[in-house]
Design a protein around this ligand. Structure first.
Ligand SMILES: NC(=O)c1ccc[n+]([C@@H]2O[C@H](COP(=O)([O-])OP(=O)(O)OC[C@H]3O[C@@H](n4cnc5c(N)ncnc54)[C@H](OP(=O)(O)O)[C@@H]3O)[C@@H](O)[C@H]2O)c1
Length: 338
C-alpha cells in the first residue's frame, strides 16, 4: 500500500504527543499497517511559537485549506479543540473524503451523530477514542470488547481535574480554592476551570459513553449535572469519618426502556473500586448483564496517554483502508431514549 499522509489540526499538548508517537513508534506502526506513515501538514494558530517537539517549519501552516482540501492527505487528525469552526473544518474534510480522528469531546458530545452520519455517507471513518478518558481504551472496550453484552449501568470518574481536587481536599484536608490553584499550576486545570468544576466536561463524556454503551442518542440535555464548587473540606472530613469517599461520579443506568444519566458528587463506600481512583486518574466501571462488573482504569489526560488513543484510532483507519471497509464501522443507535 502507498505511504499514508496525515494532516494534523493542532500542535499543542496532544498534537505534540501525536508527532512524538508517530515518529518514535514508526517501526511498530509500519509493521501493523504495512506502509509508512508521514505527517504532511500541521495547522497552528501562531506560526512563530516555540514548539514542544521539533518539526520541520515547512510542515506548519495557518491556512486550514492546506490540509482540508489537500489531495495528498488521507487522514485528518483533529487535536485543536473548539466547536463551531472545528465542526466546519471536519465537515469539509469528510466531504473531501478524508478520514477523521479526533480527541474533541466538546464537539462529539454536541455534533457527534451528525458528523458520524456524514462520514458514513462519504465512506469515511471517524474515530474519537481520546475524547473520553484520554489514554483508556473505553470506547473500544464498549463497542468491541463488550459488544455481545447488554450494559445495564456505567459509573465513571471521567474528569481528572475534579478528581485531583477532591483527592487533595480529602487526603490533605485542604481548601477547594487552594487545591484548584495547585491544579492550575500543575497544568491539570485550565485557567478557566468552569467546565471542569461545574461538571460540564464530565457530562459531555457521559453523553458520549452512554450513546455508545446503550446504543441510544444521548445528548448533553439528557444529562443532569452538578459540579463540585459547593463541596467544603468539612463535607469531606465528615464523609471520611463515616467510611465514605466523595467523588464526582457520572452515572448512566437503564430504567425500563429509558436511560438516566447524571454527573454529581457522590459518596462511595471506601471499599468501592472507584473510591481508590485518586488524583488526576480516571476510571469507568461498567456493569453488563452477562459479564458482570468490569473496570477500565488509567490516565484520563496528558500528552502521550491521549496521543496513544489518537494514534491507535489512526492505525484502525489505515487497517480499514487496506481492507476497503472505511465508513462501515459506525453503527447507528438502535433505541430512542423515551
Ligand atoms: N490535553 C489533554 O490531556 C487532552 C485529553 C483528552 C482530550 N483532549 C482534547 O484534545 C484537543 C486538544 O487539546 P490540547 O490540550 O492539545 O490543546 P492545546 O494544547 O491548547 O493545543 C491546541 C492546538 O491547536 C491549535 N489551534 C487551536 N485553535 C486553532 C485554530 N482556530 N486554528 C489553527 N490552530 C488552532 C493551537 O495552535 P497554537 O499552538 O499556534 O496556539 C495549538 O497548537 C481538545 O479538543 C481537548 O479537549 C485533550
Amino acid at each position: 500500500m502507498k505511504a499514508i499522509s496525515i494532516g494534523l489540526l493542532g500542535l499543542g499538548t496532544v498534537g505534540s504527543g501525536v508527532v512524538q508517537i508517530i515518529e518514535s513508534h514508526q517501526d511498530k506502526l509500519m509493521h501493523q499497517v504495512g506502509c509508512s506513515i508521514s505527517i504532511k501538514k500541521i495547522l497552528v494558530n501562531d506560526m512563530t511559537k516555540e514548539r514542544l517537539v521539533a518539526v520541520d517549519k515547512g510542515m506548519l501552516t495557518d491556512n486550514p485549506e492546506d490540509i482540508l482540501s489537500n489531495p495528498e492527505i488521507d487522514v485528518v487528525i483533529e487535536v485543536m479543540g473548539g466547536i463551531e469552526e472545528t465542526r466546519g473544518y471536519l465537515m469539509e474534510a469528510i466531504k473531501n473524503k478524508k478520514h477523521i480522528v479526533t480527541a474533541n469531546k466538546d464537539l462529539m458530545a454536541l455534533y457527534g451523530p451528525e458528523l458520524l452520519e456524514l462520514a458514513t455517507e462519504n465512506q469515511c471513518d471517524l474515530f474519537y477514542e481520546a475524547s473520553v478518558a484520554g489514554g483508556i481504551p473505553i470506547l473500544r472496550g464498549l463497542v468491541d470488547g463488550l459488544s455481545s453484552d447488554r450494559i445495564t449501568k456505567m459509573m465513571g470518574i471521567v474528569n481528572g481535574t475534579t478528581n485531583f481536587i477532591l483527592t487533595k481536599m480529602s487526603k490533605e484536608g485542604r481548601a477547594y480554592d487552594d487545591v484548584l490553584k495547585e491544579a492550575q499550576e500543575l497544568g491539570f486545570a485550565e485557567a478557566d476551570p468552569t467546565a471542569d468544576v461545574g461538571g460540564l466536561d464530565a457530562a459531555r463524556k457521559m453523553a458520549i459513553l452512554s450513546t455508545l454503551g446503550f446504543s441510544m442518542n444521548i445528548g448533553l440535555n439528557d444529562v443532569e449535572v452538578q459540579g463540585i464548587t459547593e463541596i467544603s473540606e468539612e463535607d469531606l472530613r465528615y464523609s471520611k469519618k463515616l467510611g465514605y469517599t466523595m467523588k464526582l461520579i457520572g452515572v448512566a443506568s437503564r430504567a425500563g426502556d429509558r436511560v438516566e444519566v447524571s454527573v454529581q458528587p457522590a459518596l462511595l463506600p471506601e471499599a468501592h473500586p472507584l473510591a481508590s481512583v485518586n488524583n488526576e486518574y480516571n476510571a469507568v466501571y461498567v456493569y453488563g448483564e452477562a459479564v458482570g462488573e468490569t473496570m477500565f482504569y488509567g490516565p484520563g489526560a496528558g500528552s502521550l496517554p491521549t496521543a496513544t488513543a489518537v494514534v491507535s484510532d489512526m492505525v484502525t483507519v489505515i487497517k480499514n483502508m487496506r481492507l476497503g471497509v472505511n465508513g462501515r464501522s459506525a453503527v447507528s443507535p438502535q433505541f430512542r431514549n423515551n
